[in-house]
Design a protein. Structure first.
Length: 370
């Protein structure tokens, strides 16, 4: 990854029609995705004009100038040698379409000029990670293909767009989904460890892990350091909190620090009504190109952060929120581009936090109707 977890480039010589093709593809991708575009050029450019206030300020020595109006913002700044600024700017987008940068190691569709000179560079290994060829000639079928790569004509916009969607979906499918049982709370209102209560045949740790095991190859328990010894007996790997006194967000960030490339299906340990149907629904409707996928309660309108899939790219955004002293997962999800699923039956995700609620839940779980 250079600029975005889901990036793909359109590369070719100057004048090969990259921008025209990119615009046509973006218009179709934008129907289902939030698309970022990064145009790289070898020539210098200016997006501001002499005499404008922003131009005057930059000329006077300002390192970074932001121009904004009620609808948009633009930032003029210097070169970031490690690429962090670019990665953060595009993080909110589902995917990134790059124009240019044929020499850099990112997956790309290569636009082939009419003389096919760019194929010489490809043959010599000077253009890495080419995943398909695009014929820019007037006549279809004139390209030929000695590289065992998919090939398209420049006017096959729908087919090219479908290829890009399929390619990025394939990349997303490579992300391993792990389960994370959030058991690090202090259970102060309950007066007993909520993770060790048994509403079913097993306690909540084992019961929740059994539900997650249908979709997750590996399941972890997130807890405080002093809880680890008691939880080790259940045979699941333990991830102790490294972000202290930050609530469930600290548990997720701690797990992401250990496994930054995994998606995490995070579930609170105090949801005895959670069932396999709801777990499957979340997995089947997961949006891996977004920050997360979560349920929104139809009755209250609230997003549910404690039964949700957090994608790897959410880590940077969660760290940014943490740096702003905001550790609310609900606030993060409400302010981020996520996949949402409407939940009509709110009881399924009820948190049981006190003895009275526990007794009612025990009665409900053990009744014939469950």
């Amino acid at each position: 990854m250079l600029f975005h977890p889901f990036e793909i480039a359109l590369s070719g010589f100057s004048g090969s029609g990259k921008t025209t093709l990119a615009a046509a593809i973006v218009s179709r991708l934008a129907e289902n995705f939030t698309v970022g575009c990064y145009k790289h050029g070898c020539h210098r450019f200016d997006i501001d004009r002499e005499g404008k206030d922003s131009h005057t300020l930059k000329k006077a020595g300002a390192e970074t100038v932001m121009i904004s109006d009620p609808e948009k913002k633009a930032v003029v700044t210097g070169i970031d040698n490690n690429g962090l600024k670019e990665r953060m700017v595009f993080l909110d987008c589902d995917l990134l379409l790059v124009e240019g940068l044929k020499e850099l190691p990112l997956p790309k569709l290569l636009l082939v000029d009419r003389e096919k000179k760019i194929l010489e560079l490809l043959a010599h290994g000077d253009i890495p990670e080419v995943v398909a060829l695009v014929d820019t000639g007037e006549e279809r079928g004139s390209l030929g293909n000695d590289f065992d790569l998919p090939s398209f004509h420049r006017n096959d916009i729908e087919t090219i767009t479908a290829f890009i969607e399929s390619f990025l979906a394939g990349k997303a499918s490579e992300t391993e989904l792990s389960g994370l049982i959030l058991a690090g709370g202090r259970s102060s209102r309950m007066g007993a460890d909520k993770a060790l209560l048994s509403y079913h045949e097993e306690n909540q740790i084992v019961h929740t892990a059994t539900l997650l095991r249908q979709h997750c190859r590996e399941i972890f328990i997130s807890c405080r350091n002093e809880q680890a010894q008691a939880y080790e007996a259940f045979g699941f790997p333990i991830i102790t909190d490294r972000y202290l006194e930050t609530g469930p967000a600290g548990g997720i960030l701690s797990a992401q620090q250990n496994f930054p490339d995994r998606a995490l299906f995070a579930v609170a340990c105090d949801m005895p009504f959670l069932d396999a149907t709801l777990i499957s629904k979340l997995v089947e409707n997961r949006k891996p190109l977004r920050y997360a996928t979560a349920f929104r309660h139809e009755s209250s309108g609230h997003i549910e952060p404690l039964c949700a899939c957090y994608e790897p790219k959410s880590r940077k955004a969660l760290l940014a929120s943490h740096a702003e002293n905001n550790n609310s997962l609900q606030s993060f999800l409400d302010g981020s581009r996520i996949g949402e699923i409407t939940l009509s039956e709110s009881r399924t995700l009820s948190n049981i936090n006190d003895p009275a609620s526990m007794q009612a839940a025990l009665k409900a779980c053990r009744s014939p109707k469950g």
